[in-house]
Design a protein around this ligand. Sequence first.
Ligand code: TRP
Length: 470
Amino acid sequence: MSVSSSGSAAYSGSLEGSNAQRGLWSSRLAFILAATGSAVGLGNIWKFPYVTGENGGGAFVLVYLLCIAIIGIPIMMAEVMIGRRGGHSPVNSIKAIAQRDGLNPAWKLVGAVGILAGFLILSFYSVIGGWAISYVGTTASGQLSGQTADAVGAIFSGLLSNPGTLLLWHTVFMALVMLVVAKGVRSGLERAVSILMPALFVLLLIVVGYAMTTGHFGQAAAFLFQPDFSKLTTSGVLVALGHAFFTLSLGMAVMMAYGSYLPKKISIAKTSITVSVIDTGVALLAGLAIFPIVFANGLEPGAGPGLIFQTLPLAFGQMPMGSLFGTLFFVLLIFAAWTSGISLLEPIVEWLEEQKGMNRTVSTLGAGVVCWALGITSILSLNLWADFAPLGFIPMLEGKTIFDLLDFFTANILLPLGGLLVALMAGWVMSKPAMEKELALSPGTFNLWFVTVRFITPIAVGVVFIYNLM
Ligand code: TRP
């Protein structure tokens, strides 16, 4: 990897031969790996295609991209900045800044929203991670080769209808996450990610290559990139906003935690943009891989959470060396989900350690087991409780199972709320000179960011919330 690939003009050129600065560069890389490991996950490959399909394609994608650019990146910068300035775990970082800038300590609430959101997300995230584990066996066994769309669909429905199998793989996924969090051995996994993520990217490219041969690539590209605003609903806008937070791991103080490790000399803006661009790139590639298969096989773009499990196996069943590529793909997907899962469990474990004085093993076991148990409600939502909509009397939540509700409440409400609090904190109460120093941008760029977090983000999140309540 060359020096210039670090993408930071601030110190490139002076790197050669200096160990201290080489260390700095690798710290930037370490941050990017940890942050991308958290950001790139099931959200990109599983969730993005299916919510895009459910919300009509192009117009939704456009709103999602706007949310990433106008809301996501500035909020990521704010989170990283707060973390680096505070220099501790999120709750304590905010406390420290509150003391220095004379803020109300109630801003700690940002950390609390984050801890709750992470815990709730992980409960169902682990169930989907379990689907990916199950599909390693499905693809490796070769049973997919030459199958029809109906047969592939039946394999997937078979998995969903079997609570025992779902529970087994959910348990395995949660155990993998807990193992790493309990042992605090993140760095090894994160280094592995520097090889595995590019590999995932290449495999996605291979599937995109296959998708181009289906004769429906143009239709898929049009579906993804030609906005048809008649298909966009107000709830679609809320989903796009929520997904921008979900996919970038925002609104949960995760980036704050990682930011506290970022060396002072490194540009927060460039680093945040790098992570966001990689994350968005993976999602768009996943879309380009999946939708040609959807159209070529007459499947339903709005098929819901099973979309990738009903399309990708078809591709792997038809392309040369498909069993090999398919197995590899799902293994890499598990790694991507694993690193994201760790970043969902970490905040609550850290909080239990710091505030409740528990040791790491006990707090990981405690939080992990409760989260695992909550995940069982998501498993049952897929079969025995599929018709149970506990909040169905609220029009907006009609027909939503517990699994749907957990997803809706976290991604579309808690994360944007967490992001809103971060924006308000940075935009209205933190010391401006301190932020100028921390971000080290040109005055024009700083003001652009400042106006965004002060006005644009709060107004955008507020308007989307209010519209959806009405
Ligand atoms: N971003 C991850 C994904 O796309 C999910 C995730 C991990 C997350 N950590 C998070 C979402 C923190 C919100 C907040 O799969």
